[in-house]
Design a protein around this ligand. Structure first.
Ligand SMILES: [Zn+2]
Length: 269
């Protein structure tokens, strides 16, 4: 499942390639054909993202709501697009570029008020300018649920996935099983500010790096991490390896249907 920085990056990439143009809109797979016919040749006026939800705005009031889910993929390419395969749910093509969407959980034409309903059920997103972190803290500070589970709950905070939750808790020395109500306002402010900075960097570089300058491979004289997710991290998918700070063993356990990673030496209950 992509994390929020990937979706915001896609919103930027769709806008860079298509905003202000009137692309051909097709659904080679057929599942989005009726909506594609309504949008074909309309101007793409703006894009938006909230958590893991991507929105493509056409004309004044039409939005395509996309959620990639576990298997959705987006692929950009140059103009003179090759004939699409029948797995392409949505293709946009103009004189400069094309983009194919395959396998999303959601791809639907919605109105502005339906889009607002999606925003209303999501928590604040660290990558959105309109996000209010106090809204998330109101839920966190009343909850007996672990902070690790709360960070993954899209109604509490939108866009944080398994990597950012593990890494931000490590960076603040917080045990992932600590209850939400035991997180202080100052700790939440620090976690939020860190998520904003880390996720903005993720949008910029299109990957997740969370280690501080003194813990990079170069600074520590250690080999770079080898992982198909890329990026330098403290604990994510580093189970049984030594912690970059204390040398203790990184642990893993299942929580909220996903694997959790943490350092018992650095993260206190
Ligand atoms: Zn440690």
């Amino acid at each position: 499942m992509p994390e929020g920085h990937t979706i915001h990056r896609l919103a930027q990439d769709y806008a860079a390639a298509f905003r202000g143009t009137s692309p051909r809109v097709t659904s080679p797979q057929g599942k989005f054909s009726d909506a594609a016919a309504l949008l074909d040749g309309a101007e793409l006026t703006r894009t938006d993202a909230h958590g893991k939800h991507l929105f493509l705005g056409f004309r004044d009031t039409d939005w395509v709501h996309i959620h990639l889910g576990l298997f959705g993929k987006v692929a950009f390419g140059p103009a003179s697009a090759p004939p699409p395969t029948d797995t392409v749910r949505l293709r946009l093509a103009n004189t400069a570029a094309h983009v194919d969407l395959r396998g999303p959980t959601t791809c639907a034409l919605i109105t502005g008020s339906e889009k607002q309903a999606v925003h209303d059920r999501l928590g604040p997103d660290p990558l959105r300018a309109d996000a209010d972190p106090r809204e998330a803290y109101r839920r966190i500070s009343r909850s007996r649920t672990s902070i690790a589970a709360l960070l993954m709950d899209q109604k509490v905070v939108a866009g944080v996935g398994n990597v950012y939750r593990a890494e931000v808790l490590f960076r603040h020395g917080i045990d992932p099983y600590r209850a939400g109500r035991d997180i202080t306002p100052a700790q939440w402010d620090a976690i939020w500010a860190d998520l904003v900075a880390l996720m903005r960097e993720g949008v910029r570089t299109n990957r997740i790096d969370t280690v501080r300058p003194e813990h990079t491979p170069e600074a520590m004289g250690r080999p770079p991490r080898v992982d198909d997710h890329g990026g330098e991290v403290y604990v994510y998918r580093r189970a049984n390896q030594p912690c970059h700070l204390c040398g203790g063993e990184i642990r893993t356990a299942g929580l909220a249907a996903r694997n959790l990673f943490w350092c018992p030496g650095c993260q206190t209950p």
